[in-house]
Ligand binder design. Sequence first.
Ligand code: NAP
Ligand code: GDD
Length: 318
Amino acid sequence: MPRALITGITGQDGSYLAELLLEKGYEVHGMVRRASTEKFDRIEHLRDRLTLHQADLLDHRSLVDALRAAKPHEVYNLAAMSFVAVSWIQPTLTAEFTGVGVTRILEAVREVCPETRFYQASSSEMFGKVLETPQTEKTPFYPRSPYGVAKVYGHHITVNYRESYDLHASSGILFNHESERRGLEFVTRKITWHAAAIKTGKRDSLQLGNLDARRDWGYAKDYVEAMWLMLQQDTPDDFVIATGVTNTVRRCVEVAFDEAGLNWEQYVQIDDSLKRPAEVDLLVGDASKAERQLGWKPQTSFEELIRLMVRSDVALLS
Ligand code: NAP
Ligand code: GDD
């Protein structure tokens, strides 16, 4: 039976990846942080089928112990401080978790299980102030946030360990992906949750920042399949995972409020404090390498995604 260890298993992607690997017959191990109150909502339905190990990306010893206990054939490094806006508030902690944390887990893999296949969760945020459109694996990086800078470090150190130590280490450059399990602070879920809350009488307005930002939004369930496919290849490599379609935040609002049967202009207010010190204006990815080499294609359109998120939030709040 193949064994996998997922860091960040309590997050959006970790929970979907755990489901996918269990379906495929894996023994699934997850790394979790100690907290005074456990928040394992996204994996509660899987708890009796998972083995959880307490560890932290800041603590080398705990990473080594988790790897020794799990003996994984595959490691998926999804753990990170993943909210861009907070990376300006906690820039050095973001660098530690999201950047140097990647070196710590790579070092632990090298020490304990160098034959293990390794996946690094890289990000389209690395393209930042984009130098070409659409963005491919060859597009130079120009990060625009402390989070983006930390992800560039994590990406390069993964490539470097592959080349220095011959590790089977791959990096997925994933564009924004969302779901019913998305954290409430990210813009799509903030919008779908508020549309549902206004519809059900629990809120009466929604404050947003920049409505003109454009993102290439896909469905997290489709994207975790790409992570797994990367680790099934004989040769490790880097892949862009995206839909190839870009939409504005404004369009996201229009679709969500339409699904809720509401006129968004009556409820949405602009709050300048939600605008970022430096913005990523446009992201749109070219995933043709993934389609060619992995046989991966997105299955869910932007509109389907936003509408299913609204329906889920209405059910949640009703
Ligand atoms: P998420 O929902 O925010 O989950 C992040 C996970 O990381 C949580 O399980 C969190 O644990 C864990 N974590 C944070 N700091 C940690 C630490 N010091 N030690 C151990 N665990 C830690 O993020 P996501 O959307 O699933 O994204 C997964 C990964 O893909 C992240 O690396 C993210 O940066 C990257 N990414 C995401 C997207 C996207 O659009 N979703 C796109 C590109 C790349 P707690 O539950 O304890 O907080
Ligand atoms: N969060 C948020 N809240 N964003 C807002 C708001 C608001 O009220 N109003 C406008 N936006 C704009 C942001 O300025 C940004 O341009 C866009 O909406 C998307 O913001 P987020 O949903 O927070 O995502 P992100 O693109 O910054 O980062 C996500 O995608 C990256 C991949 O490109 C995260 O998942 C990162 O972890 C991931 O790497």
